[in-house]
Each structure stands twice: as structure tokens, then as C-alpha cells.
Design a binder for this molecule. Structure first.
Ligand SMILES: Cc1ncc(COP(=O)(O)O)c(C=O)c1O
Length: 485
């Protein structure tokens, strides 16, 4: 009935268009659950349609359970938070499982990582439950008051001195002797790595990386017009130095980009002796190393592993890290100790964003000085050691026979190798349909590898996560059965 009365235009009924515009704004989060949507009168003016058309549009949204009318008040976005995503809702809220390139797949995986409706097994991100949220928030407020002018002003490009002093002190734990002046604060570890690549490389250069390797860096290398040379690595010791030496002799390797402590995704840790050999090998060939040590503080044992930078005698190692895995990913505070490349990196940083945001630097400086960082680290290391072990047990008992996995001694990431017939991408697609996000192996290489591998995060371990892992195992077994049939 309503439709017959509706105004029409070329592309369908007008009230449907109004409804669909509002529905997509709700879907996109412009209007959130519990929020009032514009009044009928406002919408009628905005779309230049009659009041009656808007009323019809709102009735349609009510039918679809997107909004509800509240007497004397207006229309409000309705809550719809399902415990577990139904397949129908998944289709709408997650990205399509159509055939995609690795770069598109990375985009999908990252989007699904941020989708709070999915169980976050893909996310190599600490859960706020294990972060000192209260203390940091208090320090953010108190330090911004204490240094009110500094907190609101542009900082020097190198970063706030109090923070650099604290970082210099802590660097000793990784075997690095550095003065505060040798430290450059960045907006996260990724910015440090990007600046290092820019300072060292030009388009067309070859960068040696370990394989499998953190997908974001692989994508970045491609975007910058560089070539990634993937060197085999083992879950126990990381990059094969023999393979790296061979690669250096056969290729014009401009730089290496490695994660020697608890690499992402293998979780491998290079023994100190291998790190020394690596530093010597690269020094001999005058090849810079960009060392990402973001997970170094998350070692399960009592000893924090040293960095390759501690063996650097020529200023060739650009050490990069951040507080994203230990304290506050959202603060976006990292740093680099860049050796001979420091002046160029500082110049580039000045051009790109002048300086890193001041308030988070102030809060982190205070936390490192007086917040009990060591105590916090001891706590999360114990938690992550327990999480990894419980997740490994759950994978071992739920996944198909023939599945094996890494046994990292730090961080919270598990690398799982399933039987060859078990497609990681198919499992990823099915997992998403069941409300679970995982990171499929193929995104960790540009060379069409790791088709039967997945990366799981145990940053959070509880009954729901455990059920999620059991479900994944069930899906993987189902995939294998269908393959065999
Ligand atoms: C190896 C590695 N480096 C860097 C990052 C991101 O660092 P940030 O958030 O400090 O930019 C990640 C996040 O997953 C990572 O795994």
C-alpha cells in the first residue's frame, strides 16, 4: 500500500532510497546503537521529499529492526549485538570471501581484525585486559596538566627528552648502550621502519627479509617499489644465516629487515651467538640491518634477549621498537636508535609529521620512571606463557592429525601448520562465517607460500577463545574430509 502512494524517481521508490541511505549510515557507524537519528522534518528538508515519504522510510527501517520509535522523542538506532554472528549477518558485516589477491586478502584480514563482532584470533595486538589502562589514563591526565604548555605544543622531532632518557636506560636490557640523543621517538614501530627504509633504499632496491614475514612490512616493501627477497627461517632460530649469506653473494641486497626476537609470525628467537654472526656478516658486506624488536620485552624467561644492535660496531643497525605490544598500541609511540642513519631519518620525520604527539610521550615517560613497568612486564610475560601453552594444547587436541605448530618462548603468537590438503584461505573464509578471525598463511609471503598455515593470537585466553580454537579444528577437519571425498 505504502509503495503505491510513494513518490517515484528514476532509480526506484524514493522512500526506499531514503531508508537505504540511513541504513548504510547506521551500518557504517555514523549513527550508533542508542543514538537518535535525524527527525522526520530534518530528513524531509535534507532530501527535499515530503514528510510522508520520510515516515514511510522510517517505517521500513523499523520493519528491518534497525531503528525504533520512542514516543514523544523520535527514532533511535536499535541494539543488535548477537553473541555469535549468524551466517546471514556475517555476510553483511565481514568482507567477501571471493577470490582475491594477497594484497586484497591483507586488506580483508586487517578489516576483520578490527571487527569487534569477530573472535580476535587474528590480532597480534595485546588485549586491554592485560594493559595498565587505569594507571596510564591517570598519568596521561596528570602529566598533561603538569607539563601543560609542553603537552599542547609541537615537540622537537627527536621526541620528549624525559622519554628518551627512560628508553636509553631500558635499552641496556637489550645490550644496547645509547645516549638519549641517539634515540628518535616515532609514531609507532611501523613509522620507524618506514623511515629507515626511506633513508636507506631507493626504488628497485632489494631487501632481504625472513620468511614467513609480517604481512604489513611485505606490503609496505611492495608499495615503496622495493623487492622483497624472502630468506628461509626456522621457528627455533629465525633466519638461516647460511641462506642469507648465499643470497647476499648472489643478489645486490641493499638492506635486511628482520624481527630477530619472537618474529611475527614464526615466534622464533635467534640465539645471541647467531645474532653476533649476523651482525658480523652484514658488517663485512656493509649492509644495513633494520631490526624490529617490538616483541623483545615479552620473553617468557627471566632474561630479556639481546638485540642484534648490541653487536653493531659500525652504526649499520637501525633498531626499531615501540610500546604497542607492551603498554598502549593506541598511543602510537615507538622509537629508533638509528646509528649512522639518524640524521637522515630525523630529516625525513620532520618532513612527514614534525614530531610525535606529546601527551602520550609524557605519560609513557612517567610510567617508565614510576609506573612499575618491570612488574607489569613480569605479569604479562607469565600470562602470555600460560596462554600460548593452553592454546597449543587446544590446537593439538582439536586440529586434524598431522598438524604441527611453533613453540615460541616469548610473545603471544602461534604459527600452525596443517596437513597440506587443508587450505588456510578456505579455513579463513569459513572461520569468518562462524564469527572467528584468523590470519591465513599466504599473507605472510609474496611468493604464494604457506597455503596450509595460519597464525593464531593468544593475546586473550578464556572459554570463548578456547571454544573458537576447537571450532577451527572442527572446520579444518571438515575441509580435509571434503577434500578426501
Ligand atoms: C613485527 C611488528 N612490527 C610492528 C608492528 C606494529 O607496530 P606499531 O603499532 O608500534 O607501529 C607489529 C604489529 O603487529 C608487528 O607485529
Amino acid at each position: 500500500m505504502r509503495m503505491e502512494k510513494s513518490e517515484k524517481n528514476g532509480s526506484g521508490l524514493l522512500y526506499e532510497r531514503v531508508a537505504s541511505e540511513l541504513a548504510s549510515l547506521i551500518e557504517l557507524g555514523t549513527f550508533r546503537v542508542g543514538e537518535k537519528i535525524p527527525s522526520v522534518r530534518q530528513m524531509s528538508r535534507r532530501f527535499d521529499v515530503s514528510i510522508n515519504t520520510v515516515m514511510q522510510a522510517y517505517a521500513l527501517l523499523e520493519d528491518r529492526r534497525l531503528v525504533e520509535a520512542r514516543p514523544q522523542s523520535g527514532y533511535y538506532v536499535k541494539a543488535r549485538i548477537p553473541e555469535i554472528l549468524t551466517a546471514e549477518l556475517c555476510e553483511k558485516t565481514v568482507n567477501s570471501p571471493a577470490k582475491v589477491t594477497i594484497s586484497e586478502l591483507c586488506g580483508q584480514v586487517i578489516k576483520n581484525m578490527m571487527n569487534h563482532d569477530l573472535l580476535p584470533l587474528a590480532n597480534a595486538i595485546p588485549h586491554p585486559k592485560h594493559l595498565p589502562v587505569e594507571k596510564l589514563s591517570r598519568m596521561l591526565a596528570s602529566e598533561s596538566r603538569r607539563f601543560s604548555e609542553q603537552s599542547i605544543s609541537y615537540e622537537m622531532t627527536s621526541g620528549i627528552e624525559r622519554l628518551r632518557v627512560q628508553i636509553a636506560k631500558r635499552s641496556l636490557m637489550a645490550g644496547i648502550s645509547a645516549s638519549p640523543d641517539e634515540i628518535l621517538v616515532t609514531s609507532g614501530c611501523v613509522e620507524a621502519v618506514v623511515l629507515a627504509l626511506r633513508a636507506i633504499c631507493r626504488s628497485g632496491d632489494t631487501i632481504a627479509v625472513e620468511s614467513p614475514f609480517y604481512f604489513n612490512f611485505l606490503q609496505m616493501i611492495g608499495e615503496m617499489g622495493l623487492k622483497a627477497l624472502e630468506i628461509p627461517s626456522t621457528p627455533r632460530e629465525g633466519i638461516s644465516l647460511e641462506a642469507l649469506q648465499y643470497a647476499i653473494e648472489q643478489n645486490p641486497v641493499k638492506a635486511c629487515l628482520l624481527i630477530p626476537n619472537f618474529s611475527n609470525p614464526l615466534g622464533s628467537m635467534m640465539p645471541a651467538e647467531r645474532k653476533r654472526e649476523l651482525a658480523e656478516l652484514l658488517a663485512k658486506h656493509e649492509i644495513p640491518l633494520i631490526e624490529d624488536d617490538i616483541y623483545g620485552d615479552l620473553a617468557f624467561g627471566n632474561e630479556r634477549p639481546v638485540a642484534v644492535k648490541s653487536f653493531d660496531r659500525k652504526g649499520l643497525v637501525v633498531y626499531c621498537s615501540s610500546f604497542s605490544k607492551t603498554l598502549a598500541p593506541g598511543y602510537r609511540v615507538g622509537w629508533t636508535i638509528a646509528g649512522r642513519f639518524q640524521p637522515e631519518i630525523e630529516r625525513l620525520k620532520t618532513m612527514v609529521n614534525l614530531a610525535t604527539s606529546s601527551p602520550p610521550q609524557l605519560a609513557l615517560a612517567e610510567f617508565l620512571a614510576n609506573g612499575g613497568y618491570d612488574h607489569h612486564l613480569r605479569t604479562i610475560r607469565r600470562i602470555y606463557a600460560g596462554n600460548i601453552s593452553q592454546m597449543a594444547d587446544a590446537v593439538a587436541s582439536s586440529f586434524p592429525e598431522g598438524t604441527c605448530m611453533s613453540r615460541p618462548s616469548g610473545s603471544f603468537i602461534l604459527w600452525v601448520e596443517m596437513p597440506p590438503a587443508c587450505s588456510a584461505i578456505e579455513l579463513y573464509n569459513e572461520a569468518v562465517m562462524h564469527g572467528i578471525s584468523i590470519a591465513p598463511g599466504p599473507i605472510f609471503s609474496l611468493a604464494d607460500k604457506y597455503r596450509n598455515h595460519i597464525r593464531l593470537s593468544s593475546a586473550l585466553w578464556d572459554d570463548e577463545v578456547k571454544r573458537g580454537v576447537v571450532k577451527l579444528g572442527e572446520l579444518a577437519r571438515g575441509l580435509l574430509k571434503r577434500q578426501a571425498a
